[in-house]
Design a protein around this ligand. Structure first.
Ligand code: ATP
Ligand code: MG
Length: 295
């Protein structure tokens, strides 16, 4: 098989891991920078240029699209799809999950649990937002944040109102969310490939911190999910149309609550924590998909 990994970081752990695993399974694998791909749109003839090269003979792509270039990256993935190339992550799944608000809207209407969340235009009253999620403490998140950056805990109404006002004055859009105290600084990452949770870990925040992101000093252990957690993770990936997904959940008294569904989940933390070769599972799911198309 000819597999292209779409990645801006050829040296990144996830990219390298997918590359090595694909090669070891006997495939031709190359890394393409999606930002260097140009799309040519013409009647019935979708083409992608990579520099001077017209990309042909690509059987499958594995998109590893960073959040900051979602729009362009999704357009490149869509162009590959139009060319009949199988994508491990569909362009639609990528767009649905990257828009945090749209993602929560889709999952909530499908009956999945999540922390109560409000979102409003900058003009709204900050106090109303805090009241709408049941009062303090609240978690305030800037929409474009990742790795725990731009996620703050406001324990009092004064703190919440001044933080929301500060973000508003910077024209930074925020979500205001009920604080799930009983998760006690932990969250769960379920790694889904092709309708199966192939690996899962629990992350714990360092003392004095409520954010469990590994980038914020959190630690992780491998876990086996409860049946409810597993179902929630699989439902979330399916509803968003993602074959590969990192589903983040907070444990709570009312069951698992979804925080986020990541369409390009990092491989390093989950692989090192669980010892499971998730890259191999991704490549195998592509092999299965292409074999079923042939038959
Ligand atoms: N409503 C909440 N109640 C309790 N803890 C929370 C809540 N929201 C987030 N946290 C904690 O803060 C961490 C970071 O939040 P979140 O995952 O929403 O943002 P992020 O990691 O910056 O963004 P992304 O996951 O989209 O890259 C979570 O992993 C979790 O430990
Ligand atoms: Mg997160």
């Amino acid at each position: 098989m000819n597999i292209a990994i779409l990645s801006r970081g050829p040296g990144l752990y996830s990219t390298q891991n997918l590359l090595r695993t694909g090669l070891s399974k006997g495939h031709n694998v190359r890394v393409l920078d999606h930002m260097r791909c140009n799309i040519v749109i013409e009647k019935d003839c979708p083409i992608i240029y990579y520099g001077n090269e017209v990309l042909t003979n690509v059987d499958a792509i594995i998109p590893r699209i960073g959040a900051s270039v979602t729009f362009y990256g999704a357009a490149i993935v869509r162009q590959f799809e139009l060319m009949g190339v199988h994508s491990a992550t569909s362009s639609e799944g990528l767009l649905r999950s990257r828009d945090k608000l749209r993602c929560l809207q889709l999952l909530s209407t499908a009956g999945l649990g999540m922390p109560k969340t409000v979102f409003s235009d900058y003009t709204g009253s900050a106090e109303d937002l805090v009241r709408a999620v049941g009062g303090c403490p609240v978690v305030i998140k800037i929409l474009s944040g990742t790795h725990g950056m731009g996620v703050v805990l406001a324990e009092t109404k004064q703190a919440a109102v001044s933080m929301i006002d500060a973000f508003n004055s910077l024209k930074e859009r925020v979500l205001v969310q009920e604080f799930i105290n009983e998760s006690k600084g932990t969250d769960i990452r379920a790694f889904v490939v092709d309708g199966e949770v192939v690996a899962a870990m629990k992350r714990r925040a360092q003392p004095g911190e409520f954010r469990s992101n590994l980038h914020q000093g959190g630690t992780a252990i491998a876990i086996k999910l409860s049946a409810e957690e597993e179902k929630t993770a699989l439902d979330a990936a399916r509803i968003l149309g993602l074959k590969v997904a990192g589903v983040d959940m907070l444990p709570s008294n009312r069951g698992p609550l979804i925080l986020e569904v990541n369409p390009s989940p990092g491989l390093e933390g989950i692989t090192k924590t669980t010892g499971i070769n998730v890259a191999a599972r991704i490549i195998e799911s592509i092999e299965k998909e292409l074999a079923s198309k042939k038959n």
